[in-house]
Design a protein around this ligand. Structure first.
Ligand SMILES: [Fe+2]
Length: 586
């Protein structure tokens, strides 16, 4: 039995294919169209899923969709009427996409896919909840979902048992932690639904002391938080319920100035505001989690929704709540809901036993050495061939140790926003200039943002103050932990200003080549850790195909590309060099 599910038309369109209860293929549309956060109908991701299994749409038994569009439209209408006439313009501007796309999803699926069987619509937070619980290793777990907004819901909690999910309570729009975080993101001049993680990084530079951070106190005037973590906003500080803008004039007055222009200088005030929203978010989430534990009395917790990507908070959960185990899927935001929908249909609606645990994030397309070679030869690209894996690992580790920036393309593309060793850029964390080199050559990102370290799971506790045993979400780069003091100066480019690191752990069974490469690098440097950053041009999604990978290397200052069994040196191919910075749009 095949179940194909779709999320689209809001942000991060994606498709997931489940075969007999097992996720066999999943990908975001942006990886194929090369348009970051592409929201359009994910026809490329769907085609990939079908091709991967060598099937056609006729083989699909159910198609699922990640929300109930009419319920969401009802909320839009209600919101408009509540806020009329302020809402008039925004409402009108949104109508065409509702009438042309969002309310016509059944017709679109039938027409574009030529699909004739059932289409099932799953409520948005149920899809989030299912993506977390049904892919987790837990038979029983508490569930918390927190995002910007689904149909009406912005936060919900409940529990999952075997193949059932029961969401017990919810908080409704316009009160939303996700939207509060996005409001501050917009206020600090960053792009909403894209750069929330920059605010999280900036918070580390601000005053994280609740007693002394002035803006923390101000933010508590905006948000009323009850003992159980439920919260209400004073909506005069916001505009998102009636316009495309987020902070209101009152918000700007309270926080001491206008919305920061993109790229303008970030001052101590801005850093403290970032810290304040991180602190308030953590206060609310810890209260919610403690309350959920009290209500469910369960030891396990799974999280989903965009806020579940707040890795700084995630690293504190097991320490600050009675929960003993945690699981978050790598694509916890809206992009990951198609996976939840497929599993929900199989396990809950059809009542079938659970057969799937997500052990790694490698669910996207892969390319054989034959395909890679064909591409390289056709394009007249100069390359050399590794004799075997041992040579590949030894040479690559040496290149990284010699402070080269090496792009790494192996196996199936990652599911979710993080590069986890299938499409990664790797560098030497012991090199004190690595951060500057990576920024100058490839990433061109804000100076305050550190790079992430990757370490084999059996080495992690030597370098990081992780929960022990190391939680599985750490494999997906979803937990920030303190780096032990004695290593701060030895791995400066991956140590954040507050001494933390957003590490990825890799286990042998997940990706042997990547695991062995890190170990081999450890033999050369004495520290088995690499810098791992996503393999992409600034403003573009992570690379998908060999063509994307080669283009990315040639347009940036990446020194080498290790792709399958092949090694390509940028300098050997001057004819294809170009400057991606001229075209960067982030
Ligand atoms: Fe969501």
């Amino acid at each position: 039995m095949y179940i194909l599910s779709i999320s689209c038309y809001y942000h991060d369109a994606s498709a997931t294919l489940v075969k007999d209860g097992v996720v066999v293929a999943a990908a975001e549309e942006e990886r194929f169209t090369r348009k970051k956060h592409d929201v359009s109908f994910p026809i490329n991701a769907i085609n990939y899923c079908l091709e991967d299994q060598n099937i056609t749409i006729k083989d699909i038994d159910y198609v699922g969709f990640y929300e109930k569009p009419f319920l969401k439209f009802e909320r839009m209408l209600y919101q408009h009427l509540e806020c009329f006439p302020k809402s008039y313009r925004t409402f009108l501007s949104k109508l065409p996409s509702w009438f042309n796309e969002k309310l016509r999803i059944v017709k679109t699926v039938r027409k574009k896919l030529k699909y004739k069987k059932d289409i099932l619509f799953i409520q948005h937070h149920l899809a989030h909840a299912a993506s977390a619980f049904l892919a987790s290793p837990f038979k029983e777990s508490a569930i918390v979902t927190i995002d910007g907004v689904g149909e009406w819901t912005t936060t919900s909690y409940g529990f999952g048992k075997e193949n059932n999910i029961n969401l017990m309570k919810e908080i409704r729009f316009p009160h939303s932690i996700g939207l509060l975080y996005s409001t501050v993101t917009a206020y600090l001049g960053f792009s909403v639904n894209n750069s929330e993680y920059k605010v999280m990084g900036l918070a580390g530079y601000g005053d994280m002391n609740r007693k002394t951070n002035l803006y923390y106190k101000k933010l508590l005037e905006v948000v009323e938080v009850k003992k159980d973590g439920s919260y209400r906003f004073d909506m005069k500080y916001f505009k998102y319920h009636y316009s495309n803008k987020m902070p209101s004039r009152k918000f700007c007055e309270l926080f001491g100035g206008p919305i920061l222009k993109p790229g303008a200088e970030i001052t101590k005030r801005h850093k403290d505001i970032a810290a304040a929203v991180q602190l308030v978010t953590e206060d609310i989430l810890i209260k919610i989690l403690n309350h959920v534990h009290k209500e469910t009395k369960l030891e396990n917790i799974v999280l989903a929704g965009g806020v579940a990507l707040n890795s700084v908070f995630n690293g504190k959960i097991l320490d600050s709540t009675p929960f003993k185990k945690i699981w978050i899927q790598p694509n916890a935001s809206d992009g990951g809901t198609s996976l939840g929908v497929s599993l929900y249909i199989y396990n809950v609606i059809l009542g079938k036993e659970r057969k799937y645990i997500m052990e790694n994030a490698y669910l996207g397309p892969s390319y054989s050495d034959k395909e890679v070679k064909e591409f390289l030869d056709k394009k007249n690209i100069k390359y050399s061939t590794f004799k075997n894996d041992e040579e590949l690992i030894k040479k690559t580790a040496k290149l990284i140790h010699e402070n080269n920036v090496v792009s790494w393309f192996h196996g199936r593309l990652e599911w979710g926003p993080r590069a986890l060793g299938a499409r990664s850029i790797l560098a030497n964390p012991c090199n004190p200039n690595a951060k500057e080199v990576l920024n100058a050559k490839v990433k061109h990102r804000e100076k305050f943002r550190p790079f992430a370290p990757v370490v084999c799971d059996d080495d992690a506790l030597k370098y990081f103050k992780c929960d022990n045993p190391i939680p599985k979400p750490t494999d997906f780069m979803l937990m920030v932990y303190p780096i032990l003091n004695k290593w701060h100066k030895k791995i400066p480019s991956v140590t954040h200003v507050d001494g933390s690191g957003r590490l990825q752990t890799i286990r042998k069974y997940q990706n042997l080549l990547y695991y062995n490469l890190i170990k081999e690098f450890g033999k050369l440097s004495g520290i088995p850790i690499l810098i791992n950053t996503s393999f992409n041009i600034r403003g573009e999604p992570i690379v998908c195909t060999p063509k994307d990978a080669y283009k990315c290397m040639m347009g940036t200052g990446i020194d080498y590309l290790v792709i399958g069994r092949f090694l390509i040196k940028r300098e050997d191919n001057p004819k294809d060099m170009w400057d991606s910075e001229k075209y960067a749009n982030d």
